[in-house]
Each structure stands twice: as C-alpha cells, then as structure tokens.
Ligand binder design. Structure first.
Ligand code: FAD
Length: 544
C-alpha cells in the first residue's frame, strides 16, 4: 500500500489554498461534475476518479453537512427491510458491509447487535431466528460471525440494563458501525489523491445548456460571492434531500422524485446509559429504535416522520426528544432518564423515493437513477451503506453514455487512513499510536480517539504536535484539518471533522478558545468573524 499523498491534499484540499484551487478549475471542462458533497456525491467522485475520469464535486455547505452526518451511523443491510420483502436490497447492501470494513477498518467497525425478544414484542422468537437466518444468508455472513439466539440469562449477561420482565431472549448478530461524516470526508479525500477536485461552500446556482442539452454549472462561491462556471456533458445531481431543487434548475416543470422523512437521535452520557453492545429494541408504538454506545456516550434513534417544512433549517422538536426518552425508559432499567440527561441531538432528512399514498416508514430505501431530457443525471434515495454501489451505477451509466471502457475499481480502493493495515491489525495500531503518545505524556484515550477518527493519519497529527512544540494535541488536530481537510470554520471542526459537539460537548467548551486561536492564526480570521464562529459553536451546544 502506498504512503498517504499529503502533497495532493495540501495543494488541492487545504482550506488555506481553496481560492487557488477555484482559480485553477474555473471555466474548465470536466468529464463529470457532481453536485452534492454527501456520501453519494463523494462516492461518485471516488469511483470516477479511480477509473481515470476527470471529475469535480461542488458542495454548497461543508462536506457531509446534509444527511451524511445525521444518520444512525450503521453500515447495515437493514434487517427491517426483510419485513417488506426487500431481499435484493438487503442482499446487496448487506454484502457491502464487509467491503466497507476491509477498505476502512478504523472507520467501519464490526459490532454485534443485540435484538431483545419479549413476550408480545414486535418479533417472536421463531420470527427473529428466521429473519436473522435470511439476513446472514443474503449478506453472506460466515463462521463465527453468524447470528445466535440467546436465552434470557445470556441476554441479561450481555446487557444487564435490559428490562427482564417478559424477556424471552435475544438475537445476537453481525453489524457494523461507522462515523458517517468522517467516512464521507475520507472518500472525498481519497478521490483527491486520484486527481479529482472538490470544493465546499460552493453552490450550484444555475445549470448551463447548449442546444437544450446540459453543458455546465454556474457556481457561486459562498465565501466570496464570486460566480464561476464549470463545464461538462455529464452533470450528476447527488444532492440528497435537495435533488428536486436541482431538478427544478433543469426544468421549469415541478418534479417530485423524493419525499422527506425526518429522523432524530438523542445522545446520553455513558455514565447514565452505559450499554456494552448496540441494541435494536421495540418501542411501545410498534416501531424499533437503535441504542448505540460510542466513545463517552450512547446515542438513540431514530424517529421517522414525514417532513414538509423548510429543509434548510431542520428543527429538533421537543416532542421527538421526549418520544425517544420514553422509548429508552421503557426498554432499559437504569434510573429513569429525563430531558436534562440529553447532552446533544441531531436531525436528518431521509431522501426517499416518492410514492403516492405510502407512509414514510413504508417507503423503500432503494436508490433510483433518473435522466432528464436535457441529460441531467439524478441519483435519488439510497443508504449510506450502499454508497459504493450507487456510485458504480452512476459512473457505469456515464461510461456507457460516453462509450468508455473503464471498469469500476472501488471494491479494492482503500480509503485514506487505512494504510496501517499493511503492517498491523487495528488493535496493534492503537498500541503503536499509544506508545508514540506516551513519549509526550498524553493518555491512552487520545490514541483511541485519534485512530478511530484519522487511522494512519494520526501519525501526521503527532508529527505536527511534535514539530511545532505545541501544548495541546487538539491544536495539531485543528492544523491537520485546516491543512488537509478543507476545514474553514470552528463548526466544521467541532461538528463534522471531530464529532465532539455530539459525543463530547463538555470537551468542546474546554477546547473552544484553543482551537479558535489556531483558526484565527492559520486562516487570518478577523476578531469579529472568530467571535461569530465561537457563538455558532456555543449555540450548537445549546442542548447541554
Ligand atoms: P446528503 O448527505 O444530504 O448530501 C447532499 C448534499 O448536497 C448536501 O451536503 C447539500 O448541502 C448538497 N447540496 C444541495 N444543494 C446543493 C447545491 N445547489 N449545490 C451544491 N451542493 C448542494 N443509511 C445507512 O446506511 N445507515 C444508517 O444507519 C442510516 N441511518 C439514517 C438515519 C437517519 C435519521 C437518516 C435521515 C438517514 C439514515 N440513513 C442511513 C440514510 C443515509 O444517511 C442517507 O441515505 C445518506 O446520508 C444520503 O447521502 P446523500 O449524499 O445522498 O445526501
């Protein structure tokens, strides 16, 4: 495996040199232009670039700021889709789990999920056994990874906080967890090292046409308000919840390809809800929720309600928070949690393929490729887990339209950060990083944190720390993110690069001034602007 190409990242993906990159690409012609910097757009960028196509992605906000940082963060086949007989979907995305894990083992972690079975619950024991058998079969799960059905005692041993009244046992099966935002970013960064370009804070404001056929995109740089054009015959609309808005730039007729379903998650400190395993549990209205332990917290979700309001300003309704609090108190036997125990929360919109007279929970999670009369290629729907396959479908289509014989390579493309696997297992690598940090009297939690977010790039963060004789490792992390990850604001850093606003809000309060000083210095931000950025971070901590 090759070393990380930091030169490519520093020249094409540094927040400091973003304007140089825009100058270079302005008015250029590409093989394809991708609108949307979530996992779908990122996946397409990587697929195209790794086939040797000249591709660019534009994102109107920060990378992954849409749904791709607001999911349940599972790389899963979707057990519940079996209920709707979506065998093909489960088979396809179920198999993707292993591929995602082998291409980014520090970001896609194999975890066993506990599915408790209760008398009068959603699933009977025989149904659970059957469902898990089919699930494992479709996803090609083998050996020790195969599901087990646990009896009541073994279930409580695995998770002693589960309510034991009427508990009949549990299914125990293979799933994978991830960090959706970092996964999206590493996919995009990997594409950059294949020669692609990606610009954040850059909005597709107009679609350009020649002879009624799509020929380019007029882009608005939201940092400077400058307008510039990009040209390509193949323009991909990968804007998730916004796909219909982009379709409307293409055609004046109203298009309704998707509908929105809102899902929220709440986060509870592990000191209050300390789970050993991810749990998939029944709610009292017949739905199911996930409770996932991660770092210092357990997060729980999700709701699934039709959403018809403004998609730019998602609000977390108190009633949704209370719905999840009630679900937790019904399922687990710790001291009852209440509103003040919720330390953070997030809300995301599922872009689901629209079907008349169907409830959102009944709508398929499949993806769909739509090509307009002018040639705009829209990819709608889908799941985080299936991002690689969706990308393959889109780029296959482009190659087909262009008569190009270029095969998809992403099955084997390792994401940036996974270079350590050439020499170490993930556990060994934690120890290696830990030893390096011991020299600076930094504790073990930091190595766990760094490796789980940055994989092999942890070593570069430690180099920055050491070479600059810094006092705090977070200063090195911030410098790294500015230099190699197009990180412009404190919110980009605390929310999407590090996830600390969700998983460790108290730490954000301690680190805010330190990181703020780094951003001010490295990006020449004036006092007023940095004050506003700090305010933005504090406002997003409002849940605490
Ligand atoms: P997005 O991530 O929303 O990206 C679209 C991007 O386009 C946005 O960043 C937006 O800013 C940008 N954009 C819009 N308009 C423009 C424009 N004019 N110019 C430039 N850019 C523009 N899937 C799983 O596999 N596992 C899960 O556990 C899971 N849990 C979920 C839980 C919830 C609550 C939700 C809502 C979804 C979940 N999903 C899950 C589904 C998954 O998260 C989504 O399918 C996926 O993130 C969608 O990615 P995307 O790139 O299509 O959309």
């Amino acid at each position: 495996m090759q070393d990380i190409n930091y030169n490519a990242l520093a020249s094409k993906f540094s927040a400091k040199y973003r304007s140089n990159e825009i100058e270079k690409i302005s008015n250029s012609t590409f093989d394809l232009i991708i609108i949307g910097g979530g996992i779908t757009g990122g996946g397409i960028l990587l697929d195209a670039a790794s086939r040797g196509l000249n591709a660019i992605l534009i994102e109107k906000s920060d990378f992954s700021s849409g749904t791709s940082s607001k999911s349940t963060k599972l790389i899963h086949g979707g057990l519940r889709y079996l209920k709707k007989f979506e065998f093909n979907l489960v088979r396809k995305v179920g198999k993707e789990r292993k591929i995602a894990n082998s291409n980014a083992p520090h970001l896609v972690l194999s975890k066993k999920m506990l599915l408790p079975i209760y008398k009068n619950g959603n699933l009977k024991k025989w149904q659970t056994r059957l469902a898990l058998k089919i699930y494992d079969f479709l996803a090609g799960v083998k050996g020790n990874e195969r599901y087990k059905i646990l009896n009541t005692k073994a279930t409580i041993q695995k998770e002693n906080l589960l309510k034991s009244d009427n508990l009949l046992g549990a299914g125990y099966y293979a799933e994978y967890t991830t960090d959706d935002s970092r996964l999206t970013l590493e996919v995009i960064k990997t594409a950059i090292t294949y020669g692609a370009s990606a610009i954040n804070y850059c909005k597709a404001s107009k679609l350009l046409k020649y002879n009624n056929k799509i020929s380019g995109v007029s882009c608005q740089d939201l940092k400077t308000e400058n307008i510039f054009n990009l040209y390509a015959k193949n323009i991909i609309n990968a804007s998730g919840p916004w796909v219909d808005k982009i379709c409307r730039l293409d055609s004046s007729s109203i298009s309704k390809n998707i509908c929105h379903s809102l899902g929220i998650h709440i986060v509870i400190d592990k000191a209050i809800l300390s789970l050993k395993n991810p749990v998939y549990f029944d709610t009292d209205d017949g739905r199911m929720c996930f409770a996932i332990p991660k770092e210092h917290v357990t997060y729980v979700g999700t709701t699934d309600t039709i959403y018809n309001s403004d998609i730019e300003n998602l609000k977390i309704e108190e009633k949704d928070i209370y719905y999840l609090i009630k679900a937790i108190n019904n399922a687990f036997s710790m001291k009852e949690i209440d509103r003040k125990d919720v330390i953070s929360a997030w809300a995301g919109l599922r872009p689901l393929i629209f079907k008349k007279n169907t409830k959102t929970s009944e709508l398929s999670r499949k993806d769909e490729l739509i090509i307009s009369d002018s040639g705009l290629i829209t990819i709608a729907g889908g799941k985080l887990t299936g991002y690689r396959l969706m990308a393959k479908k889109v780029v296959d289509k482009v190659c087909n339209l262009e008569n190009l014989n270029k095969k998809c390579k992403t099955r084997q493309v390792k994401l940036i950060g996974s270079e350590f696997i050439a020499k170490f297992t993930l556990d060994n690598y934690y120890n290696i990083i830990n030893k390096k940090l011991e020299k600076f009297n930094l504790d073990k939690n930091i190595s766990n944190y760094l490796v789980s977010k940055y994989g092999s790039q942890s070593e570069e963060i430690i180099n920055i720390f050491n070479n600059n004789k810094l006092k705090h490792i977070v200063e090195a992390e911030a410098i790294f993110c500015i230099k190699y990850e197009n990180t412009h604001t404190l919110l980009d850093f605390f929310l999407r690069r590090s996830g600390k606003i969700y998983y460790n809000p108290k730490l954000v309060i301690n680190e805010l001034k330190i990181v703020s000083a780094v951003f001010k210095d490295k990006l020449n931000i004036n006092d007023n602007n940095i004050f506003l950025q700090e305010k933005e971070v504090k406002e997003s901590l409002i849940m605490t």
